[in-house]
Design a binder for this molecule. Sequence first.
Ligand code: GLV
Length: 311
Amino acid sequence: MKIVVHIDDAAQWQNAIAQALPHADVVTSDAPPSERANADYLAVWKAPAHLFEEQTQLKGIINLGAGVDHLLKTPELPKDVPIVKLRDAGMSELMADYVLYGVLYFYRSMDRYAAQQSSARWQPQTVPDKANWPVGVLGLGAIGSYVASALQQAGFPVLGWSRTPKHINGVRCLHGDEGLNDLLSQVQSVVTILPDTAATRHILDGERLAQLPKGASVINPGRGSLIDEQALLDALGQDERSGHLRGALLDVFDKEPLPADHPLWRHPKVIVTPHMAAPTPLNDAIDQVISYLHAFDAGEPVATVDPKLGY
Ligand code: GLV
């Protein structure tokens, strides 16, 4: 079995796969073309197009991340090869930490204290009752549902939204257009963890952002395409006093890296992080990668990505 690996720290993944599968030929994508051709399986994150073009006998592709948008947008991706993706694989906990940080940042007024510090102003802010600080989570897949539960366990009322109906203990789960309107009209913070698909592009546009209560905040660790960036800038206004929205914590952007001259970098109500909310943790993910390889090789059923749905 030949496996070609492409990801930032590919050598570590190569070693981990080779250790678990001593009879497999595991190579990284920077090997010479003759060595990386004729793979049975690709284990990849943001792979270059030529890696797909070079393959002649590919039986499966393992996406070394949760989102498959980059993979599905690659025109050279073979049409008839099954794709699997990492599901949770340690990313949910990282994402929950990031989101909890963001919700607590606004809930405990850290944005206001940062602004006060710049003028040496000593002014404790009132701490609202958590019961009056509902949080909305858009996207209830493996990661979104974990995040929704973590927020609920942290004491916040949580409303969740997904395309199809879901049930999560302690979370008010909504779906459909009406469900989305209902959620947006109530939450103090909205968190977007949806996949990037044609159906989710700009799901938070100007109209939907205006549905949020005045002073609500936006946390996006999902995909840049979920939010209309210009509409977000408009809804934020110029400073602490102006604008419908209180602030935003953003990890993902329409264009990454976020261009140096983009107004989001310098907006006083925005925190920018460089797509770091939930990097795939090798130790947690490797068992899942190995079990996919075993299942593919044994011809056992695996939960594949539906390219039409985009996840
Ligand atoms: C990261 O963005 C992922 O999709 O895993």
